[in-house]
Design a protein around this ligand. Structure first.
Ligand SMILES: NC(=O)c1ccc[n+]([C@@H]2O[C@H](COP(=O)([O-])OP(=O)(O)OC[C@H]3O[C@@H](n4cnc5c(N)ncnc54)[C@H](O)[C@@H]3O)[C@@H](O)[C@H]2O)c1
Length: 284
């Protein structure tokens, strides 16, 4: 199947990155948000990311304008009537995702592939909200999307081979190395990485070390670009919390149980960089 038009649902950290990368790769993109204020905020993220490339001399100003010209924002899912593939990057919440997929199934053309960027949730359950489960798959991008090279592709027990083949060639067309995995909680990356992040939270919670010291150990000792607490703030406390909760509910494995400190940070809205405060403070 030839893919020309890409839809993206959600223009937060991941949706903005996915929309940017697809437009950079030559696709026409429609990105949706809940309301106009959030849409403008998301489009600003893309403008800012491309602007930084221009400032660094890595991109020409006219290329930035051309990329932005290929991205259209909307708050109406009916505008997805001519897309070939849609990547959902909305909040990590099963009910939100199921309701989005029911709408996508209604508005997207019958040939369209529907992908979710969920970090850990059951892709088959999301597919069950549509009448085309054979066209639903997981496309788990890594943050920051325009920079990272990996794309985890999740095949449910209902996803067709044709959908996977189309998904793989789409992934390659946007510069990703695709790895295929089963539809089980956390897939590859988060099945391993979530417990690492949650253990770092437990160390802070129990007063064993400060976020700075834990991060320093992993940056200087293991060669990580970011320590685990910096990563938590970068990814979003809410995304990690919701993902851990869903994995714990399905696997009943205590290593994925959200530590009480994370629950309290969620309650206070300390979601990391996106709200200006998490384990660290950020200037707005
Ligand atoms: N943050 C990461 O590092 C990361 C990495 C890989 C995958 N993910 C996954 O990507 C998805 C998005 O995460 P994020 O970090 O971008 O979160 P985010 O909070 O930055 O953005 C989510 C956006 O979705 C929007 N949204 C919610 N419901 C919507 C709807 N019905 N229609 C349109 N937009 C809607 C919200 O307004 C918000 O702007 C989640 O499933 C998350 O698990 C996140």
């Amino acid at each position: 199947m030839e893919i020309k038009k890409v839809g993206v649902v959600g223009c937060g950290i991941m949706g903005a990155g996915i929309a940017q990368l697809c437009a950079q790769s030559g696709y026409n993109v429609i990105v949706s948000e809940i309301n106009d204020a959030l849409l403008q905020k998301g489009l600003k993220l893309i403008d800012g990311a491309l602007g930084r490339q221009v400032e660094k001399g890595k991109m020409k100003a006219e290329d930035k304008s051309a990329i932005l010209g290929r991205i259209k924002g909307t708050t109406n899912m009916a505008d997805f009537s001519a897309i070939d593939i849609v990547i959902e990057a909305a909040t990590e919440d099963m009910n939100i995702k199921k309701s989005i997929f029911t709408q996508l199934d209604k508005y997207c053309p019958p040939h369209a592939i529907l992908a979710t960027n969920t970090s850990v949730l059951c892709v088959a359950e999301i597919a069950g909200a549509t009448k085309r489960p054979e066209k639903v798959l997981g496309m788990h991008f890594a943050n920051p999307v325009p920079v990272t090279k990996i794309l985890e592709m999740i095949k449910t027990i209902a996803t067709s081979e044709a959908t996977i083949a189309d998904g793989k060639s789409f992934g390659a067309s946007i510069g990703k190395t695709v790895v295929l995995t089963k539809d089980l909680p956390g897939f590859i990356s988060n099945r391993i990485f979530s417990s690492f992040l949650l253990n770092a939270v437990r160390l802070v919670q129990d007063g064993i070390a400060t976020p700075e010291d834990i991060d320093t150990v992993f940056k200087l000792g293991v060669g990580h670009a970011m320590g685990p607490l910096e990563t938590l703030d970068f990814v979003g406390i809410d995304t990690v919390y919701r993902g851990a909760k869903a994995m714990y509910e399905e696997l009943h494995d205590p290593q994925y149980a959200p530590p009480p400190l994370l629950t309290r940070m969620m309650a206070l809205g300390w979601l990391g960089r996106k709200t200006g405060k998490g384990f660290y403070e950020y200037k707005k």
